[in-house]
Ligand binder design. Structure first.
Ligand code: FMN
Length: 191
């Protein structure tokens, strides 16, 4: 298979995908910080905000993928789950998911969530991140980051921003969280 690269000034340029689902805007803040940091570091990036009718992105066209979602009942949001279902089916059908999931040279993924953790803290966010990560692992991408960011509850569940295991999470992700996002992205680019 040819390695998908674009060329800029004669140099090979990484193709980067920034794929995310957000229902109340928290994950979007993180996704936008990822995009901004990638730009600052001189990388182009395709950002895709997942909705109910998002068609399958060409995952295999990308060298580095960031994929994130808010956590809803321990899993990624429904539109993200639906998209994952379509992608898994497609890549099994096309023979791209192979027994033993052989690694694809140079392909890497970072999976992250924003979560409120009102009941059991980070443990209730872990299944969401592991769920998303398995698609990339099955496709032979090395998952080089699994990130968890705290995200306040909005709307009816707003009281959960102060009455749960995470303590007071009002305003999260905040500036400090977004600085952490930027630092982590810079760290990933060193890989
Ligand atoms: C209906 C609903 C269900 C939620 N379920 C969970 C959950 O199971 N675990 C968790 O840690 N956070 C849960 N949260 C909190 C969200 O994951 C958190 O606020 C997240 O940052 C939202 O991301 P978004 O604004 O990008 O959609 C829930 C929030 C709502 C509104």
């Amino acid at each position: 298979m040819s390695i998908p690269e674009t060329r800029k000034g004669g140099l090979a340029v990484m193709r980067v995908l920034n794929l995310y689902f957000t229902a109340t805007g928290n994950t979007e803040k993180i996704a936008k910080q990822i995009e901004k940091t990638l730009h600052e570091q001189g990388h182009e990036v395709d950002s895709v905000k997942v909705g109910p009718d998002t068609s399958e992105p060409d995952i295999l066209a990308y060298d580095l993928i960031f994929s994130g979602s808010g956590v809803y009942h321990w899993l990624p949001g429904k539109p993200m789950q639906t998209l994952w279902g379509k992608l898994v089916e497609k890549y099994f059908r096309e023979g791209e998911i192979k027994p033993a999931s052989p690694r694809r040279q140079g392909r890497k993924a970072v999976v992250y969530c924003s979560y409120g953790g009102v009941h059991t803290g980070i443990n209730e966010a872990v299944p969401a991140v592991k769920h998303m990560a398995q698609l990339f692992d099955h496709l032979g991408y090395e998952v080089i980051g699994e990130w968890y960011f705290v995200g306040e509850y909005h709307g009816k569940l707003q009281p959960h921003s102060t009455n749960g295991r995470m303590g007071n999470i009002v305003g999260r992700p905040n500036e400090a969280d977004l600085r952490e996002v930027a630092e982590k992205v810079v760290g990933i680019l060193r890989v």
